[in-house]
Design a protein. Sequence first.
Length: 129
Amino acid sequence: MPYVIPALRVSSRAVVDQWVEAFGLHLVALHGEGDAVEHAELRLGDGWVMAGTPRGNEFDTAAGGASLYFVLDEPAAVDALHARAVDAGASSALAPHDADYGGRHCSLRDADGNFWSFGTYAPARRLER
């Protein structure tokens, strides 16, 4: 069954480390030497993210500028993750709140400027109704 795994460009290994500390992602694989990230794989629950530092080829993009959304099970988890992330140096873009379309939601920005959103709203759950 097809599924999507976002692949982000990061400026350094420190950004990947921030994702682990701030957002609670689990580092599954990391390849590269020093501050360079040849390839990294991280997960949160059933969600995955891959990352690497820019390589300078014609298919490459700069670090930052992406937006991701992870579904959490409980509204309290949104608030707890937001507090943890801010304590770990992420900047709050949108404090935890109840969204008009349903669920609890927050957004944060990592050191490269990527937006990380977490909430209880899940599009798949809408389809199950």
